[in-house]
Design a protein around this ligand. Structure first.
Ligand SMILES: Cc1cc2nc3c(=O)[nH]c(=O)nc-3n(C[C@H](O)[C@H](O)[C@H](O)COP(=O)(O)OP(=O)(O)OC[C@H]3O[C@@H](n4cnc5c(N)ncnc54)[C@H](O)[C@@H]3O)c2cc1C
Length: 471
């Protein structure tokens, strides 16, 4: 019994939502996106204040409802992966963090809106539509509210395997559409044709367009440029693939950026994000993919050579190289080294020789370790390996930087625990330029049991469809 509870409940630390990481109070464009989101919600308060006959509680109720809709709209806009917006958020991983926080905060706002019954009698409100339409819209919104609670529960719990989670995630537009229609038709202090009416209608429309564009256009139609697999090698739990562009032009990207790959092979069509490991000057793109789950585990058994791959790229604001600091430090664990690999060819021209702290389970024949060793021998990097039982801990920074890290640019990628510990340790030792890359776009609450649950359901499905071999 205890083991079952531990399986589903995990540890206390599993239930912490990852807070947005604010490493240094430096003014940058990256603040504009989050600031715009917060300001849009706060400013909306003024659409509901000062209305004759409307008490404070009702004003709050209306504002909470409006805030919930604004936050959902932001959440859809951020999920659209518009690369132009990355500069205002500090990369796609930060945009996804904004997407998750906006979506999660829309729920308590919605709850507060429905919990505080507005006393609208006698207040000077303007109808958004005739009473019958408004009542029907309100009923729809109530259904949408329940749907929203269910979907957000599924979304936040990491127990649900990614491929199911992904489909439920696409349904969020339905409660949003219901809530927006209710908001538009309900009685409010302003007219729908007024400035405030346009403001909210603009957000609702942008949210709906973003949702449709994401679910229909992005997922089904515009799937990225066409490439072909020209090389595929499997070494242990790692696959290296090389893609050649089908058109003449090559991808324009910066080292540290990543791409969503959608393989044409059967059962492999789901898009997955991977860091580009080849340098920007090479026409072909190289990726290193660790077999970590149901999709990547199938790579070695798939005939990849000659397969068409749709590449949606480039994304990300992760910059491993900085010319503005005396020292560059790369800290990586496992497959988290991949966003650094594209920089290896650029180091000599950039006149940068990073100190690389790399942790991996074993270095035995690992192609990633091999690449780093070669770069070390060529004098491009200073490699410090933590492998075969030797652990990378913050103490390593004291040995390597006895005078502190105030002049270091530190870039980190790898397991969440390692990145968090080493980023804080770098900050504590004076580093101000610290940036991280998240390999987990989904995140959420609770223990991640999705792989075990996924494997168990696959077994059940196989046993049902093939009872003879299953026994
Ligand atoms: C910016 C970025 C760069 C990455 N670069 C690399 C790399 O160079 N090499 C590498 O091996 N891995 C990389 N990853 C991780 C890689 O995307 C996941 O390991 C892979 O998608 C796992 O898929 P799976 O179905 O095999 O595993 P699963 O067990 O199904 O998924 C494990 C976790 O991976 C994430 N994930 C799964 N499917 C998707 C998907 N379709 N889209 C987004 N996230 C998903 C989810 O958080 C999920 O919980 C990167 C991830 C990100 C976000």
């Amino acid at each position: 019994m205890n083991r079952v509870l531990t399986f589903f409940l995990g540890r206390r630390s599993d239930w912490h939502l990852t807070a947005p990481r604010i490493s240094a109070p430096t003014l940058s464009l990256h603040w504009l996106g989050p600031l715009a989101m917060v300001v849009s919600v706060i400013a909306s308060w003024f659409a509901f204040t000062g209305t004759a006959g409307l008490d404070q509680a009702s004003t709050f109720s209306m504002w909470f409802g409006a805030s919930s809709i604004l936050l959902m709209a932001w959440s859809f806009i951020l999920a659209l992966r518009v690369s132009f917006l990355e500069r205002f958020w500090g990369g796609l991983d930060s945009m996804y963090r904004g997407h998750r926080w906006a979506g999660a905060l829309a729920i308590p706002a919605m709850f507060m809106h429905t919990s505080i019954e507005p006393a609208v009698k006698g207040a000077q409100l303007i109808a958004g539509a005739n009473a019958n339409v408004a009542d029907a819209a309100e009923e729809l919104a109530e259904t949408g509210e329940l749907m929203l609670y269910g979907l957000i529960g599924i979304s936040l719990l990491r127990l649900i395997p990614y491929r199911w989670w992904k489909w439920t995630h696409k349904l969020f537009g339905i409660p949003f559409a219901f809530a927006s229609w209710h908001f538009y038709t309900a009685q409010k202090p302003y007219d729908n044709a007024s400035g405030w009416g346009m403001w909210f209608a603009g957000f609702m429309l942008a949210g709906l367009i973003a949702w449709i564009a994401r679910v229909v256009v992005r997922d089904a139609v515009a799937q990225g440029s066409s490439y072909t697999v020209v090389d595929a090698q499997h070494v242990g739990s790692l696959t290296r693939i090389e893609l050649a562009p089908d058109g003449r032009s090559s991808l324009d990207f910066d080292p540290g950026q990543f791409a969503f790959l959608r393989f044409g092979a059967k059962g492999m069509r789901e898009p997955h994000p991977f860091s580009i490991a080849s340098g920007p000057s090479s026409k072909n793109l190289t990726f290193y993919i660790r077999h970590l789950g149901d999709w990547s585990d199938r790579l070695p058994d798939t005939d990849l050579l000659g397969t068409t791959v749709r590449v949606e790229a480039p994304y990300g604001e992760f910059t491993p190289i900085s010319r503005h600091h005396t020292d560059t430090v790369w800290i990586a664990g496992g497959v988290g080294i991949t966003p650094f690999l594209a920089s290896l060819d650029e180091l000599t021209t950039a006149n940068v020789r990073p100190t690389v702290l790399y942790a991996c389970k074993t270095d035995d024949g690992d192609p990633l370790v091999e690449l780093l060793r070669i770069a070390d021998e060529e004098g491009k990097i200073r490699l410090h390996l933590y492998t075969n039982g030797s652990r990378l801990t913050p103490d390593a920074l004291d040995d390597l930087f006895p005078h502190g890290m105030s002049d270091c640019h530190v870039a980190l990628c790898g397991p969440a625990g390692l990145v968090k510990d080493m980023a804080s340790a770098s900050n504590e030792r004076g580093a101000r330029s610290v940036e991280t890359e998240d390999f987990d776009i989904r995140q959420g609450f609770g223990p991640d049991r999705s792989r075990e649950i996924d494997a168990a359901t696959r077994k059940v499905i196989e046993a049902r469809s093939n009872p003879v071999t299953a026994h």
